[in-house]
Design a protein around this ligand. Structure first.
Ligand code: GDP
Ligand code: MG
Length: 446
């Protein structure tokens, strides 16, 4: 995510390393680089200029205060704070209170509204223990109703639909009635979009909004479209005065302009981000965490939160014992893999770890790599899975035949597994690591 911006900002800070203090002269190059980085990320020039002016003021103002901090580090800190500010400062939650609470989803076609509706349903169901009703108000394409039906099934939410009815206002009103009678906590209304902003769509969404007066109207926008996204966000806001923005497709090679400038330009906070097609690829938006991520510091807090959601304490204790005794085997590996998979797709997870997105930039990780590894393990006998030491040449040959992969692939995986096992064993006997692991487990969510 935002790799190019991260790289360029890092370069901007480099010009300060070696200097002992920040001066008007040595900071100038850095600021110019930061401004260029922002503009290249598709942030509007005026915003970029204002941004670097603020950074400059702060950097020169703290000149004598923080002698202990190196200029490069100080600059990173100031930019981090300013980025956080630019994106809204505080995280703003979604308002779903009501009997039922009503959330209206608006945006252009293909921006990710229907996908997000499914994700939001799952999120509210799991995190807030709410009974959720999804409502299909995209009346133009029969496939749109089917799509929402499938997603509702996936996330275990109910759906309200009227395939014969072509009036979205009516459908939405009836859905809310239905929800009230059947004690739903929240209704999510998925609407139709068009390929570009036009009067008919604006009228329709504004009619629906007026009729149902939702607690929360969310505008969904594809972050890949950069400045266009910001312009569309503005046009919609002028018409329907929504409450918050959802940025989708942050898993693609989006440059960052939309995330950075939408709050500044439109005045509405980003509330959620979407980072993939799977139903759990949804994150509450935290400006501070996003700033850290942009600066290549990863987003370890969100990562830990996702891990904690899937965390099974008993299982962890059992594994810890096995690792200590150097008895971690292929069965344990499979169960770890299964837990990892539940956390979301691999790419979006790796992106949250500091330094990882950069290291992995040119490596194409997809979840099918898991499949190949699993196939190798499934081709082992139960005895082999429980005791990796059994794997001699003839067994490996049999396994390679069984899973349809080359001897080389099998060998490579077993070698990696051995290396991982040794490393884990070493770490488990290192007091500092044990302490860190303890902190991780006890970690509280914010
Ligand atoms: N990679 C990625 N794809 C997404 C994301 N959100 C939606 N999509 C995909 O974008 C396409 C359009 O999404 P959809 O929800 O149908 O958009 P709608 O027309 O606004 O309802 C679909 O193929 C989705 O799978 C995301 O966060 N990341
Ligand atoms: Mg749709």
């Amino acid at each position: 995510m935002f790799d190019n911006l991260s790289d360029r900002l890092e370069g901007a800070f480099k010009s300060l390393t070696g200097d002992n203090k920040i001066t008007e002269i040595n900071v100038a190059t850095s600021l110019k680089e930061i401004r260029r980085a922002l503009v290249a990320a598709d942030v509007n020039y005026k915003i970029a200029k204002e941004f670097t002016d603020k950074v400059k003021e702060k950097a020169l103002g703290t000149e004598n205060v923080l002698k202990a901090v190196k200029p490069g580090q100080l600059m990173v800190k100031i930019v981090q704070d300013e980025l956080t500010d630019l994106m809204g400062g505080q995280s703003v939650g979604i308002n779903v209170k009501g009997e039922p609470g009503v959330v209206l989803i608006a945006g252009l076609q293909g921006s990710g509204k229907t996908t997000f509706s499914g994700k939001l349903a799952k999120y509210l169901k799991e995190k807030r223990k709410m009974k959720v009703l999804l409502t299909a108000c995209d009346v133009y394409r029969p496939a749109a109703i089917d799509q929402l039906t499938v997603l509702a099934g996936q996330v275990g939410a109910e759906i309200y639909k009227e395939p014969e009815n072509k009036n979205p206002v009516e459908i939405a009103l009836k859905a809310i009635d239905f929800a009230r009678q059947n004690k739903f906590d929240v209704v999510i209304v998925d609407t139709a979009g068009r390929l570009s902003v036009d009067e008919k769509m604006m009228q329709e969404i504004s009619d629906v909004r007026e009729a149902i007066s939702p607690n929360e109207t969310l505008f969904v926008v594809d972050s890949m479209t950069g400045q266009d996204a910001v312009n569309t966000a503005k046009a919609f806001n002028e018409r329907i005065n929504y409450d918050g923005v959802v940025l989708t497709k942050l898993d693609g090679d989006t440059r960052g302009g939309a995330a950075l400038s939408v709050k500044y330009t439109v005045g509405k906070p980003i509330k959620f981000v979407s980072t993939g097609e799977k139903m759990d690829a949804i994150d509450v938006f935290y400006p501070d965490r996003m700033a850290q991520r942009i600066l290549g510091m990863g987003d370890i807090i969100s990562f830990v939160e996702r891990a904690q959601d899937q965390f099974d304490e008993e299982e962890a204790k059992r594994l810890e014992k096995k690792i200590k005794k150097n008895k971690f085997d292929f069965n344990d590996f499979l169960s770890q893999l299964a837990q990892l998979k539940k956390m979301g797709d691999m790419k979006s997870l790796l992106n949250m770890i500091p330094g990882m997105s950069k290291a992995m930039k040119n490596i194409d990780i997809d979840d099918s790599a898991f499949g190949r590894v699993e196939a190798i393990i499934y081709s082992m006998t139960p005895q082999e899975r429980a005791d990796p030491a059994l794997l001699n040449m003839s067994r490996k040959k049999r396994i390679a035949l069984g899973c349809g992969q080359s001897m080389e692939d099998v060998n490579r995986f077993i070698k990696q597994f051995d290396g991982m096992r040794k490393m884990m064993h070493k770490m488990s006997n290192n007091p500092m690591m044990a302490q860190m692991a303890g902190n991780f487990k006890g970690g509280k969510r914010r």
